[in-house]
Design a binder for this molecule. Sequence first.
Ligand code: FAD
Ligand code: NAD
Length: 465
Amino acid sequence: MREETCKLLIIGGGPGGYVCGIRAGQLGLDTILVEEDTPGGTCLTVGCIPSKALIHAAEEFHKLRGFAGGTSPLGISAKAPAIDLAATVSWKDGIVERLTKGVAGLLKKAGTRVLAGRAEFVDGKTVRVRGPEGVCEIHAEAVVIATGSAPVELPFLPFDGKVIGSTEALALDAVPERLVVVGGGYIGLEIGTAFAKLGAQVTVVEATNRILPQYDTALTKPVLASLKALGVTVMTETRALGLSDAGLQVAQGEDYAEPCDLPADRILITVGRRPRSDGAGISELGLTMDGGFIRIDATCRTSMRGVFAIGDVTGEPMLAHRAMAQGEMVAEIVAGHRRRWDARCIPAVCFTDPEIVSCGLSPEEAKAQGIAIRTGQFPFAANGRAMTMQAETGFVRAVAREDNNVLLGLQAVGAGASELSAAFSTAIEMGARLDDIGAVIHAHPTQSEAVQEACLAALGKALHI
Ligand code: FAD
Ligand code: NAD
């Protein structure tokens, strides 16, 4: 058996692990990253990037279908478009390949060694890797667990070809005629909307009483209206029971006493993701856990000296940019820098139609913390740029402390609103007040003017409403 030693060993090459690997290499740390699949992890190979590629293709197709009727107010008409989903998927695979190769190149450039194979802890400082080049035992001074997450499967609906997870949904070679999506959260609605735009008849089955329960109803209302306009059936307070001859059997109503059958060609299960903390000998380390998540402190240290954990395996929010920020911080800590997690906010974007972006506290969250607030809202219907883009649905909302006007939160729902996330997080991280943003000259005509106006509205002095 081959043996290696290193200063830092990273298990998992997703956004958390690979960013940690790049920064560690740049800092001159002798680093090995072990990845059993493709560097880039869930995000690059089967998550963020592939889903956004599909969403884009679906939007283009949907636009053309809108023009095909010849009734567009823009005066554009077109012939009925066709979609070759296998070609779309192959285009998406090309983007994934470019990005994953790019990650491998960046790790190499930084001087970080990448070892292909599955890592398993022997003890807190020793990891055995089984891969194409045989077995290798690695002794490290510090280890980072960045093993990520995997989709939750419903025991009575195992993935089998007809019942699929997001990975399979992003690699279909034809648009299913009838798609039932179980779970009306991030993945179910992003992918469900895309397939509705591609022509599938989509039904969303959600256990709670509303879609996207992590966002307030003011933000989700326009998304629900748009799903309805697309012909998507949304069934809330509904539970999947199991397969039926035609598709999926579900139960609705009080005590779920009303069973009904939903015909389906594919059933997409998107009921959350679970941390990958149960394999790789992690359980045997006896780390302090929060449920299935590895408990970490403000420096991403676990309860075992020299063992760090980052990304989805450490808990919510399970977002790529949180994993990346943790990865960069841990590399710097191992290199001897004084760092700790002091982010005020982690922006979240849901790429539905319209998009939702949220940064910091919502009005309800601020009130729940006992903070007296003032809020301001500006509708895109009063924004010139939004009108020229036929994107008048939605609004920007500012939440600030009542006593000193410091911004606590910024949220928006609207077409293309994801791109406002940088302005939102920058304002909150810089400790901006309503009047700071209100006084910044925002370019005209842009959607970002609605951010300035929402802050002015909170001060009672909006200009264009
Ligand atoms: P992962 O990306 O899961 O990477 C973990 C890596 O570890 C994997 O490559 C795995 O192969 C490897 N690994 C695990 N165990 C071992 C072992 N024992 N040995 C060797 N290697 C191992 N987030 C966003 O911020 N924005 C989005 O738009 C977004 N869209 C998403 C869409 C979908 C469909 C999905 C599924 C997720 C999406 N996410 C999005 C979430 C995002 O993908 C994750 O938050 C992110 O990938 C987490 O990064 P990570 O490094 O913690 O783990
Ligand atoms: P989610 O938590 O967003 O949504 C799961 C939904 O399924 C919830 O609404 C829940 O109430 C519902 N549900 C749970 N059990 C159910 C059941 N038995 N029947 C019907 N409904 C049920 O989870 P997800 O959509 O699987 O996404 C997982 C994670 O991936 C997200 O939490 C997020 O962190 C990440 N993600 C992020 C993005 C983004 O940033 N744009 C996109 C996709 C995924």
